[in-house]
Design a protein around this ligand. Structure first.
Ligand code: ISL
Ligand code: CA
Length: 640
């Protein structure tokens, strides 16, 4: 049992706690402070540290960090065996450890009836695309009934399908179609919040004495003063005034996405029942949206200004790893995801803001909570946010994945480069150089190799297998995403010149990931809800299907190699070379060992001398040789 951290403890005691260590890694990641600084002053007593930093960051930061570090103490979480005692999983591995997932964003995947909106029939019609590719499971972004203020992440009815997407019968047919092809399917469960149009919220508004009133965070008050200083992820305060209820309601995201109060057992029962209902229909599990935000600090205290400035979201320290999070997740696994036969459907948590150690507390065979977590720390390099237009350094990515794998015991790493909330990685790495189709193919193939030979469970995002890049959107009117539109409006209202505001929004807009999949070279997207503008020849499915030099062909080859050689899926990993743009690692199982060498940069690099005898099996480019690695390239070899 680790002792709670107090003001008399030393900084190193704080660093020793999972959340304390993560918070320090975050300060380094967000501020760019060198990683060795905190360790240098590890002996400092926290009350002394507080006196030192108070003039810079103001009152309460050290107390906030102490509160965070102790957040899990007393909960099952941190009483568990410490890292050293957590043993790797031996014996049969759960399916999702060797699986490769493909994320489908239904609204932009395939439109079967010409109304400009992707739909379930469109996915059914293209299921063979996934079996040809060689993936094992699909994750569908939300398809439940929704007024689409946040593209389905605002659910109005959890047991109905969005009219634009199709019907419950269509979804049943899709589930059956997946299973017939040996594909598993997980859906997206958005239960940190509901739409304001959900009947629970409507009931809560209409009747202050209703049970549903307790499903949300209502706070009496006056319309001029929100209950605390928390701000929303989509700009503005995190509270909406409800004149009819003469009260405020909490919304961390859009004002039409109101947060559920998970400390209310009735809410937890509702969610467990919804999960059971869909598992009965054959769904194999769920990706759980912003699931680490479901436990808020009682009293909903103000956020610390320094934390708010550092992370960009005031109040986040009071809900990104709340006091009841572990209990609620353990209960949801027990009451919702565990089947009558004792098996458990897969629980994949989207957990923005957490660090590696907190993620490890939330997942892992011995933990009884989530199976996998999405950690977002790899997506931006230190000191940068999604809204900065900068060249992403792939060294940060591989260092993050290698560090995470070095810490893993009974848990496992979820690997991803893209999703529906982030710009395209090819563009983040190559910038304008991605306009050259040869560079685009080269970088896309390199990214595929890193993702599919790294130890962990890979998640591909639709279009990635085609080498998709960011869209040349022309202006704010081209965008549809509430986050981008609100941010642009907020920046301009705050006095930023429109051109500068546009450049910032263009750099980080989620809409880059949400344009229609290019099935054919001359696809007409003019009627689509969000138009794609990239018309570079050769990047549609049609153009790539039979082209052995294409990005699609490379994904197929890698997935086939991975399927045939378990070492590349669940085998051990050992980094055997790491220098500026170069990395090399071994993947090994009892019967075989593979070597992966990669040049992460845009210049030719001398190949590291590793002194191993290996046979080259696959290379992202032709034209490399024994001594050099071409720019942005990788070679996969089998050790003799
Ligand atoms: O990347 C993000 C934060 O750094 C955000 O874009 C995103 O809001 C966050 O990761 C949570 O995302 C999820 O919940 C949102 C929804 O808009 C996103 O699409 C979903 O992935 C609210 O439901
Ligand atoms: Ca349609």
């Amino acid at each position: 049992m680790s002792l709670p951290v107090t003001r008399r403890s030393r900084l190193r005691d704080l660093l020793a706690t999972p959340v304390g260590r993560d918070a320090t890694d975050k300060v380094v990641l967000f501020s760019g402070v060198p990683a060795w600084v905190p360790r240098l002053v590890g002996g400092l007593r926290l009350d002394t540290l507080d006196r030192l930093v108070r003039p810079i960051v103001g009152e309460g930061l050290v107390d906030a960090l102490i509160g965070l570090a102790n957040a899990g103490l007393g909960s099952a979480a941190q009483d568990e065996p410490s890292a050293g005692e957590r043993e790797p999983v031996t014996g049969p591995q759960p399916w999702w450890r060797s699986a490769v997932f493909a994320q489908v964003y239904p609204r932009s995947f395939a439109d079967s009836n010409g109304d400009g909106i992707g739909d379930l029939r469109g996915i059914i019609d293209h299921l063979d695309h996934f079996t040809d590719l060689g993936v094992d499971a699909l994750w569908l972004s939300p398809v439940f009934d929704s007024p689409n203020r946040d593209m389905g992440y605002d659910v109005r009815d959890y047991r109905a399908v969005m009219a634009e997407m199709g019907t419950l019968d269509d979804l049943d047919e899709l589930i059956a179609g997946c299973h017939r092809r040996g594909l598993r399917i997980v859906l997206d469960l958005v239960v940190n919040h509901t739409s304001t149009e959900h009947r629970w919220y409507q009931k809560a508004l209409a009747d202050p004495d209703s049970a549903e009133r307790g499903y949300y965070f209502f706070r009496d008050g006056n319309a001029s003063q929100p209950p605390n200083n928390w701000n929303s992820f989509f700009s503005g305060p995190a509270w909406r005034w409800e004149p009819s209820a003469n009260a405020w309601a909490l919304h961390l995201f859009d004002q039409n996405q109101v947060d559920l109060n998970w400390d209310n057992p009735a809410v937890r029962r509702e969610v467990a029942d919804i999960v059971g209902w869909w598992l009965d229909r054959g769904v194999d599990g769920f990706r759980l949206d912003v699931i680490n935000y479901i436990s808020k600090q009682p009293g909903l205290p103000d956020g610390h200004p320094f934390v708010g400035r550092l992370f960009g979201f005031t109040g986040i320290e009071h809900y990104f790893h709340g006091p009841m999070l572990h209990e609620h997740l353990a209960a949801l696994r027990r009451d919702g995801f565990t089947r009558p036969d004792g098996t458990t459907a897969v629980m994949i948590g989207e957990t923005p803001g957490i660090g590696i150690e907190t993620g490890r507390l939330l997942s892992g065979a011995g933990r009884g909570e989530l199976d996998l977590v999405f950690n977002f720390d790899a997506l931006e390099t230190p000191g940068h946010t999604r809204w900065d237009d900068y060249r992403y350094n792939l060294g940060h990515l591989v260092d993050f994945w290698l560090d995470y794998n070095a810490r893993v015991t009974d848990d496992w790493v979820a690997l991803f480069l893209e999703n529906h909330d982030n710009p395209r990685m090819v563009s983040k790495v190559a910038g304008q150089r991605a306009a050259d189709p040869a560079v685009r193919v080269r970088v896309a193939r390199l990214l595929a190799t890193l993702l599919l030979t790294m130890r962990g469970t890979p998640f591909l995002f639709q279009g990635q297998e085609l080498g998709a890049v960011n869209e040349p959107f022309r202006g704010i009117d081209d965008l549809r995403d509430v986050e981008s539109l609100n941010r642009y409006a907020e920046l301009v209202a705050g006095g930023m010149p429109a051109a500068k505001a546009w450049r910032q929004v263009l750099a980080g807009s989620r809409d880059h990931a949400r344009t229609p999949i290019r099935w054919t070279e001359h696809q007409d997207d003019s009627s689509r809800w969000l138009r794609g503008h990239d018309r570079t020849p050769g990047f549609s499915v049609e153009a790539q299907r039979d082209d052995p030099r294409s990005v699609l062909a490379w994904y197929r080859a890698l997935l086939a190699l991975r399927r045939a050689h378990l070492a590349l899926a669940t085998g051990d990993i050992e980094c055997v070379h790491r220098s500026r743009d170069l990395v090399a690692w071994l993947r090994s199982s009892p019967d075989e060992t593979w070597l992966v060498e990669a040049n992460l940069g845009g210049r030719v690099r001398r190949r590291p001398r590793l002194g191993v005898a290996a046979v080259e099996v696959l290379a992202t480019t032709t034209g490399g040789d024994a001594a050099r690695l071409a720019p942005w390239s990788a070679v996969i070899s089998r050790l003799r």
